[in-house]
Ligand binder design. Structure first.
Ligand SMILES: Nc1ncnc2c1ncn2[C@@H]1O[C@H](COP(=O)(O)OP(=O)(O)OP(=O)(O)O)[C@@H](O)[C@H]1O
Ligand SMILES: [Mg+2]
Length: 470
């Protein structure tokens, strides 16, 4: 069979357009095409997806791509896309290479016709936040939504001019040392694929993922980003994805004494939604789940505790009922994992620890925010922010004395924050690092201009002042 023909043999499998390919091709590259929202012809949109898929996986397409690339922004986009480029250049807003799965290669550059290409085309919703009248205790959004765009993999380019080759470091907005994001996408995809294949009764694992860890480590952001990514990746299987974010804080306060009934109602409505339309995927997010999954062992029998105890019971029975639904997943977060009810923990299909950032991640997060302020014109800089390894060498060689280079100064700041007392700025969390540059400039700037050296001096001063005031 000609390769071109084989690529046309698409079969649905867990939402992916599976492309049959010769056994020698085992690596896969995932590409997401963002289509302009003004282009509303759904039928044509799926034709466009097929046309792009065929072009990118064509045997004569020897274009080379890297993860993080936006093919549309590449100078040779017209070669990669051939005739499609002219026709669709105003419609395809981006064509991002988002993941590579396969044998490890020496280089991070991949030639398209040596691997399987999986393409997903999507359009972003931009509807206002809905208070769904059927679930008043939640906020619902259709996904993928413009509000969560870039939450997962908005890249900030950090160029290093310290080398002749002009290295580019792309930083994801959410930075983790391990490939936590990639793993989460796969785990969630697999849960859904198993759900679909098992049928309602025979499923053993609850479609429930718990992300737990200290405050400010990115759990809520991860859940929203994950829901958004899954809605794109599985859009051949599920024509619509709805994110339902339960307002847990309200449940116990606003609906005091009837929170168990409210939890019951939520699960009944969700079950109905899932059954009404099996092609609709429902992603339920329960942020700070401890408010309704508080350990019953630790509850006392006063009125409030009774209410929360009943709410926990309703949650557990609701989750058991949801086990029979193939098109729902529950994403929960908690920073009080030790207070969670053991029966709830037992029902979690996956429990994932989200840890505070490592040194390299701290550097990436801080640099990412500084770079953002540079991009927005709040900080001026004629120098680029160096890669972590380069900064580390600078720091080890010269420390952060007068005239120290930028990377060394940033590492010195991180050293200060990590040294004992500086935990007072809220500890080393993604959240505190994200806010640090802006807070420091807001506090100390007394003029209009702020160059990079001044900004770094402000940040250092801010960290020291927090230690002293602490
Ligand atoms: N690893 C990270 N990389 C980049 N940014 C991060 C990281 N962790 C947290 N942040 C940033 O910190 C902010 C707060 O994150 P988020 O609210 O998701 O944390 P959380 O773990 O849910 O906190 P909490 O437990 O207090 O609810 C977000 O703006 C997020 O972008
Ligand atoms: Mg949170």
């Amino acid at each position: 069979m000609a390769k071109q023909e084989e690529f046309k043999e698409l079969s649905e499998d867990g939402g992916f357009a599976m492309v049959l390919c010769p056994s020698t091709i085992i690596s896969t590259i995932f590409i997401e095409a963002r289509i302009s929202k003004d282009w509303s012809d759904i039928c044509e949109s799926s034709q466009l997806q097929e046309a792009l898929q065929a072009r990118l996986s064509s045997p004569d397409n020897s274009s080379v791509v890297e993860v993080g690339d936006d093919i549309m922004a590449n100078p040779d986009a017209s070669i990669t896309l051939g005739q499609l480029f002219e026709t669709y250049k105003d419609i395809i807003q981006s064509l991002k290479v988002v993941e590579y799965v396969g044998i490890e290669t020496a280089s991070a550059c991949y030639t398209l016709n040596t691997m399987t290409v999986r393409l997903q085309a999507y359009q972003l919703y931009d509807t206002a936040r809905e208070e769904d009248s059927t679930i008043p205790q939640a906020e619902t959004s259709l996904l993928p939504h413009v509000r969560f765009d870039g939450q997962w993999d908005e890249y900030v380019d950090i160029q290093s001019t310290h080398t002749t080759s002009h290295i580019e470091l792309t930083l994801a907005r959410l930075v983790f040392e391990s490939d936590l994001k990639g793993e989460l996408i796969w785990m969630m995809t697999n849960i859904l694929r198993f759900s679909q294949k098992s049928g309602a009764d025979s499923r053993d694992v609850n479609p429930l993922i718990l992300l737990y860890g200290p405050p400010g480590t990115g759990k809520t952001t991860l859940c929203q980003g994950l829901a958004q990514k899954i809605s794109i990746r599985l859009n051949s299987t599920y024509k619509q994805t709805k994110l339902i974010q339960i307002k847990t804080a309200n449940l116990l306060s606003k609906y005091y004494s009837e929170s168990a009934k409210q939890v019951d109602n939520i699960f009944t409505t969700i079950a109905r939604m899932c059954q009404d339309d099996p092609k609709r995927f429902i992603c339920v997010m329960i942020d700070e789940v401890e408010s309704i999954a508080f350990s019953r062992e630790h509850s006392t029998y006063n009125g409030e505790a009774q209410d929360s105890l009943r709410a926990t019971n309703s949650l557990l029975t609701g989750l058991d009922r949801a086990k029979g639904l193939a098109n729902v997943i529950f994403l929960c977060t908690s920073n009080m994992v030790s207070s969670l009810d053991t029966a709830f923990l037992d029902r979690c299909g996956l429990r994932i620890a989200v840890n505070p950032p490592s040194s390299a991640s701290q550097y990436a997060i801080l640099c990412g925010r500084i770079q953002k302020l540079i991009d927005r014109g709040h900080i001026t800089s004629d120098r680029s922010l160096p890669l972590y390894d380069e900064a580390d060498i600078e720091y080890r060689a010269d420390g952060d004395g007068p005239g120290a280079k930028i990377g060394a100064q940033i590492l010195a700041i991180l050293g200060l924050i990590n040294s004992g007392d500086a935990q007072l700025i809220g500890g080393i969390s993604g959240r505190s690092l994200t806010q640090l540059p802006e807070l420091a400039i807001l506090r100390y700037l007394r003029g209009e201009d702020c160059d990079i050296d001044l900004a770094l001096a402000f940040i250092k001063r801010f960290v020291l002042s927090q230690e002293v005031n602490g």
